[in-house]
Design a protein around this ligand. Sequence first.
Ligand SMILES: Nc1nc2c(c(=O)[nH]1)N[C@H]1C(S)=C(S)[C@@H](COP(=O)(O)O)O[C@H]1N2
Ligand SMILES: [Mo]
Length: 410
Amino acid sequence: MVRPARRRTVGDELRAGRSLGEAFEAEFGHLAAGPFAEDAFPSRLHDERVTAVLGVALGVAFLTCFLTGLLSHFAQQPLDVGFLSMPASPAGLYRVTQGVHVAAGTAAIPLLLVKLWSVFPKLFSWPPVENRAQIVERISILPLVAGSIFQLFSGLSNTAHWYPWTFSFTVTHYWTAWIVIGALVAHVGAKVTITRRALAPAARRAPEPPGTGLSRRGLFAATGAAVGAVTLTTVGQTVRPLKDLALLAPRRPDQGPQGLPVNKSAVGARVTDLIADPGYTLTIDGRVPHPVTLTLTQLRALPRHEADLAIACVEGWSAGATWRGVRVRDLLALAGAPDGAEVVVHSVQARGGYRTSGLNAAHARHRDTLLALEVDGATLHPDHGYPVRLIAPNRPGVQQTKWVGRLEVI
Ligand SMILES: Nc1nc2c(c(=O)[nH]1)N[C@H]1C(S)=C(S)[C@@H](COP(=O)(O)O)O[C@H]1N2
Ligand SMILES: [Mo]
């Protein structure tokens, strides 16, 4: 009687000096059917060049999101953070960078979906790894894919005010960005050779891959159309001329009291009684020689200035308006605050986020940094911060504190 020979294991093969790929083939080769079969993914578009082109587009979108996101992160630090502090001009810079951040992230959603589809069969490639270096490369895909999906999903749901989680969006989105960008750098390093080859002029001139169905060119056109569609139907939230196309945008820049959107209403912030109080005052105190408290009548009697400034929410919408009010620097001078003072602006709102904001030295002394009493020629609506709100150039909407009751010099 003949005993069947024991099947050789991966270990046996490796000891016999075979490569990892060959060793896998020897032990598990019989599994190379079903999802691992050569023809399990018949589309001709699971193709190197498709993946490379989408990869470059996605890389550009991610890098754009990362850089504009870093800028937004530092702009949201309340006070001076050295050379990373947000300057007060150009006034519209943040409006542009944050508009680009959200638009690039939105455009990346269809790009990522098509890219993941193009490489999906690789999960079932046979043998699963060819050599040891590839094990590391394959494992590094996990944080890249998971992190990318998380960033795009959490960003999108933030713009829609939908928070199906309990962690802090800003903190998590910021730190995950570092994970994704780190994994992306490693990924680009691993793929640079194959990408170069796939993008070389010779590859561009090469005929379409054999087979029927959608062509490469057709796939690029369809993906481009999807990117164009999501961009055109959302970017109107910040680009006024396109506002009527902004069907998918959570906010319209011209809808809300006084033709401006509102994130937190006076009712939502529970300030209606406080702001209707005839005894409402504004205090300028902290590290000043003579703290001042002004009644509304006194505040309204001070010289007013006008500035055209936008509310540019981190969520990607923005809206410009003409604001009139008292310069913060004039108020600081009343209390004798020193040059270069930094200020914490406090709302009378007692609960909720965004009740305070910081003015770094550049913002505090800028001529257009106002405690606004009016917008577009009318007294502020309660939802826009009546009786008085902060409005300053080049900063995120979260820093434009409404219902201001105190300027604290620090
Ligand atoms: N006190 C207070 N100020 C606030 C907020 C808030 O919730 N409370 N929200 C901020 C955010 S996130 C934005 S985008 C702007 C929006 O200003 P608007 O409602 O006048 O458009 O107000 C900012 N000021
Ligand atoms: Mo905001």
